[in-house]
Unconditional design. Sequence first.
Length: 91
Amino acid sequence: MQNKKYTSYAQIDRELEILKIEKEISYQKLVFGVQKTKENLTPQNIVNDLIGTYSSAIPYGAIVSASVPFIIKKAVPFIKNWIAQKRKRGS
């Protein structure tokens, strides 16, 4: 990086303000990326992507890829509740 030469404090202040705004933009992009990653790492999305990738190799792939998201949407809460009940009884 080349050294910049400033002729006034106003130029320095302006450059610092620009850098501050660029830093905030980068931070917000990072936060947005983390949020999108969290949204995409749900069991349903993972299975959907997996089924979508291999649907042509699976017999009746279109039927499987259509029914699996529905089953997962119903099964995951059921399994969570079942585990929670087991923990309550065990303690």
